[in-house]
Write a protein that binds this ligand. Structure first.
Ligand code: PMP
Length: 433
């Protein structure tokens, strides 16, 4: 079955399909961290639905929440009408929101994916400010619909101004550290204050507190606070994309909680649906200027996703899984740091909570002024393949696809964390030979 399914899928599916290219597995069963393939092989899944599975695969509380809705006779499709399930989800979500948002945020349910919520955020701030342009950061990833794509990494788009992100290892200002982050903040500030720059005041600025697809790059808290000050002083709505960082992943319930900033708009998806599709924006009520009907869509009321999501949010909160992710992530990062000391093909290891990255570099090339070596995408692909051979699913990210990313469920045990790192260490040793 395994080979036949892979062969038929690869014949029929669009050439654009991505994950299936690098991960030739046919998952048939899964629980927690583990996926079982049609060939009977078992894998530790550190991709976790690209960071979606806060509680891992098929967590009992998620299955129970879905079953409860199914057994209740409640309608599964009601567009975006008010229902008890939606009420419970929204109440649970609001209880977690930062600062004054918990008291008086507005919520907009969006199309089912993260990218839909990003589009809605852009539309919202454009309506509220009457302005058009957007500011986004180099290396960002916000989705694949056209505006979200325009705000992402390498895409060029006239209405999006690209700003430097505080990427410590490959610091755009050649200094790194706090100074590099401060220079990045000043660059943005200067651009906004330079009235001859030709850059009009934007409708909004969008950022990820930790860039995920961009190569697991945590922004320093001080830099985030500077972005908050800079945008607030100029009445520019700050949109924070927590699609990947949310729901405990980085060691706080929302990644913005580390720095204490309160965004004007937060974009949420992935884990908030408890493994089913769900995407929302929450925002300050002052921004709620759009006309009734301005943002619609058929699939904004997925009752199963809301039930699974509410159960996930409640479980993470009740069990302190955000704190647990922070502690376990710090221990895993310490081990990755030792691994980096033993392998000069590892240029950098970094992350926050259970969002970890290992950047592979060309060990034979010269380092630049800040000690960074050129990225090694082929080596990274070899490491990913060697991981798969050892029953570990990881994916690559980063500007050059040279960063191995670990996004395990927040529920993993210490032993599972060790098993993940043992396999990764072994895979790196084999791949560099
Ligand atoms: N924003 C961020 C930060 C993401 O990581 C992603 C998905 N990786 C998206 C937006 C887009 O979400 P989706 O794939 O559900 O459209």
């Amino acid at each position: 079955a395994h080979e036949g399914i892979l062969r038929r899928q690869s014949l029929r599916e669009s050439a654009a399909r991505t994950y299936a290219r690098s991960l030739p597995i046919v998952p048939v069963r899964a629980r927690g961290l583990t996926i079982e393939g049609a060939d009977g092989r078992r894998y530790l899944d550190c991709l976790s639905g690209a960071g979606t599975l806060a509680l891992g695969h098929n967590h009992p509380v998620v299955l129970e929440a879905i079953r409860t809705v199914l057994d209740s006779g409640a309608p599964l499709h009601v567009l975006d009408l008010a229902t008890p399930v939606k009420d419970a989800f929204t109440t649970e979500l609001f209880a977690t929101l930062p600062g004054e948002l918990a008291e008086k945020a507005r919520i907009q349910f969006c199309g089912p994916a993260g990218t839909d919520a990003v589009e809605a955020a852009f539309k919202l701030v454009r309506t509220a400010t009457g302005r058009d342009g957007l500011m986004a950061f180099s290396g960002a990833y916000h989705g694949m619909t056209s505006e979200a794509l325009a705000a992402s990494g390498g895409a060029q788009h006239t209405s999006v101004v690209r700003l430097p992100y505080p990427y410590d290892y490959r610091c755009p200002f050649g200094t790194g550290g706090e100074r590099g982050a401060e220079l990045a903040a000043r660059w943005t500030q200067n651009l906004l204050d330079d009235h001859k720059s030709g850059v009009p005041s934007p409708a909004g600025m969008i950022l990820e507190p930790v860039q995920g697809e961009g190569g697991v790059i945590p922004a320093p808290d001080g830099w985030l606070r500077r972005m908050r000050e800079i945008t607030a002083a100029r009445q520019i709505p700050l949109i924070v994309d927590e699609v990947q960082t949310g729901v405990g992943r980085t060691g706080a319930f929302w990644a913005v909680d580390h720095s204490g900033i309160v965004p004007d708009v937060i974009v949420l998806s992935k884990a908030i649906g408890g493994s089913l599709p769900l995407a929302v924006i929450v925002y300050r009520e002052e921004l709620d200027a759009w006309q009734p009907g301005a943002h619609a869509g058929t699939f904004r009321g997925n009752q199963l996703a809301m039930a699974a999501g509410a159960a996930t949010l409640a479980y993470v909160r009740a069990n302190g899984l955000d704190r647990r992710a922070g502690e376990l992530g710090a221990r895993m990062l310490a081990r990755l740091t030792s691994l980096a000391a033993a392998h000069d093909c590892i240029g950098d290891v970094r992350g926050r909570g259970l969002m970890l990255g290992v950047e592979l570099v060309d060990r034979d090339a010269d380092a630049d002024a800040t000690g960074a070596r050129p990225a090694a995408p082929e080596l990274a692909a070899a490491v990913r393949d060697a991981c798969l051979d050892r029953g570990l699913i990881v994916e690559l990210g980063g500007r050059h696809s040279a960063v191995v990313r670990l996004l395990p469920p927040l529920t993993i045990t210490d032993e599972q964390a060790d098993a993940i790192l043992d396999r990764l260490a072994d895979a790196i040793t084999v791949a560099v030979r």
